[in-house]
Write a protein that binds this ligand. Structure first.
Ligand SMILES: O=c1ccn([C@H]2C[C@H](O)[C@@H](CO)O2)c(=O)[nH]1
Ligand SMILES: [Zn+2]
Length: 129
């Protein structure tokens, strides 16, 4: 089992999901460092944070803003599909051609890229037009 998958599954154990009961885990690699995260919900539902963003924000909080690889895992029928907000955040911190692995706990996985997940993402460059 890959290091990212192991880290994401471990983080998923800490998912705080009293509302959806849908636990998600994610792990980011930057060089040889790994950061992980889980989804964290709130009684004010809209404040919930997805696992992908938890993991990415952990890496950024440690000082890394150019990330190498991401894996997301949940108990879905096919590979889990990141929400639109996470796709935008992924596009901010990973190269357009980075490897993003979408997985499920039964062992299915699919590799994609930030570019494929959100073509035409809003970016820093758009602010300077
Ligand atoms: O890729 C995904 C999809 C959903 N969720 C979370 C948000 C919410 O807590 C729960 C149900 O949408 O799953 C994630 O963390 N990542
Ligand atoms: Zn999301």
């Amino acid at each position: 089992m890959s290091v990212l998958r192991t880290a994401a599954l471990a983080a998923r154990e800490n998912a705080y999901v009293p509302y959806s009961h849908f636990a998600v885990g994610a792990a980011v690699r930057v060089g040889d460092r790994i950061f992980s995260g889980a989804n964290i919900e709130n009684a004010s539902y809209g404040l919930s944070n997805c696992a992908e963003r938890s993991a990415i924000f952990a890496a950024v909080s440690a000082g890394y803003t150019k990330l190498d690889e991401l894996l997301v895992i949940a108990d879905t029928e096919g590979p889990v599909s990141p929400c639109g907000a996470c796709r935008q955040v992924i596009s901010e911190f990973f190269p357009a051609d980075a490897v993003i692995t979408l997985a499920n706990v039964r062992g299915d996985s699919q590799q994609t890229t930030p570019q494929a997940l959100l073509p035409g993402a809003f970016s820093k460059g758009d602010l300077n037009a």
